[in-house]
Design a binder for this molecule. Structure first.
Ligand code: HEM
Length: 145
């Protein structure tokens, strides 16, 4: 169904919580990714020395990725659909990102948000992130060649 104002608020408030402790949350995220997909170590240029919370490149990347999903929530609320920047298509095409990897990243995003917000977490918040992620993933795949 349509993406509601409430859903957008849930994504925005948890995005703020995520950013509020970026070093720890980005480490949580990349640990989850590597547990499911050890090969991601070679995919992400900044994971050469493993998951290091004090690595600014890792934190910057997590901020971009989660920020892009948050942007999808804003797009869903304001225009009912999500369009990805062409650059995102070319980056992920170049890295040969696969559908199963999109599923791994999704699971890690949802779990990281859950940890980041603590007792503020609820199913509705989870579903809002899931909808936004799915819409952005579909938009990125559309621009991949
Ligand atoms: C780069 C977002 C899924 C692997 C990026 C960038 C963004 C982004 C914003 C940075 C582009 C730039 O430099 O301007 C997303 C979003 C995703 C997604 C929103 C899902 C909806 C994935 C998946 C993988 C992946 C599933 C594979 C596991 C990468 C890699 C880079 C990248 C390897 C380059 C990182 C580097 O600089 O080393 N992504 N991504 N992404 N993404 Fe994704």
């Amino acid at each position: 169904g349509a993406f509601t104002e409430k859903q957008e608020e849930l994504v925005n408030s948890s995005w703020e919580a995520f950013k509020g402790n970026l070093p720890q949350n980005s480490a949580t995220f990349f640990k989850l990714v590597l547990e499911k997909e050890p090969g991601a170590k070679d995919l992400f240029s900044f994971l050469g020395n493993g998951v290091d919370p004090s690595n600014p490149k890792m934190a910057a990347h997590a901020e971009k990725l989660f920020g892009t999903v948050r942007d999808a929530a804003v797009q869903l609320k304001t225009k009912g659909e999500v369009v990805a920047e062409a650059k995102l298509g070319s980056v992920h095409t170049e890295k040969k990102v696969t559908d199963p990897q999109f599923a791994v990243i999704k699971e890690a995003v949802l779990k990281t948000i859950k940890e980041a917000v603590g007792d503020k977490w609820n199913q509705e918040m989870n579903d809002a992130w899931e909808q936004a992620y799915d819409a952005m993933a579909a938009a990125i795949k559309k621009t991949m060649t």
